[in-house]
Design a protein around this ligand. Structure first.
Ligand SMILES: [Zn+2]
Length: 195
């Protein structure tokens, strides 16, 4: 049986209009909302019932202020998504769909880059991969920011773990358009379905 879930990766203010604002990010948020509406429309019932049949998992870059990926600490990125700051929050249009159990943080260890959301942890210290297993997910839909980094790494890990991975190409933000296209090609070649 086909059992689907959606993973929304790093749709956080610093990647949308903050210190590491990405191309197409605002548009990607709006397209994601449309996608969620389409999946949940006509199902009726309370919102929590809808989310039982279509779980939406959120991944958050969630760094300590002295994270090694920041330029001032020898990394390649401006400071971003520091835990407890506005820049690290999920976009307010999407936040109503997020709950604690299905929100997973990554990059919490200052020494580890962690682009992939696969091993990101919720408050109960369950990883995204573990939760997808518990939900009996077969098909995982992925959207978010940025295609070349966290999206690509997350999709590759999901594939390795045996999930059928569907990438929502209109729901992606990216650092660089050429890099975005190249990453899409790499993912398609690896077996990700670009939709
Ligand atoms: Zn980061």
């Amino acid at each position: 049986m086909r059992n689907t879930a959606l993973a929304v990766v790093d749709m956080l203010y610093d990647f949308i209009d903050g210190s590491l604002a990405c191309q197409n990010a605002d548009n990607a948020v709006q397209e994601t909302l449309k996608y969620i509406d389409k999946q949940t429309k006509g199902q009726g019932g309370e919102e929590h019932e809808i989310l039982d049949t279509f779980p939406i998992l959120f991944v958050r870059d969630h760094h300590p202020a002295d994270h090694s990926s920041f330029k001032e600490n020898g990394g390649i990125w401006p400071s971003h998504c520091v835990a407890g700051t506005k820049g690290g929050e999920i976009h307010s249009d999407l936040a109503p769909y997020a709950n604690e159990e299905l929100t997973f943080d990554k990059g919490c260890d200052k020494a580890v880059e962690q682009y992939s959301g696969f091993d990101a942890m919720n408050e109960a210290e369950q990883s995204l991969g573990e939760i997808l297993e518990l939900l009996d997910t077969t098909d995982i839909y992925v959207c978010g920011i940025a295609t070349e980094y966290c999206i690509k790494n997350t999709c590759m890990d999901l594939l390795k773990a045996g999930f059928k991975v569907h990438l929502l190409k209109n729901c992606l933000g990216y650092v660089d358009y050429e890099g975005h296209l190249k990453a899409l090609e790499e993912m398609a070649a690896a077996g990700v379905s670009i939709e």
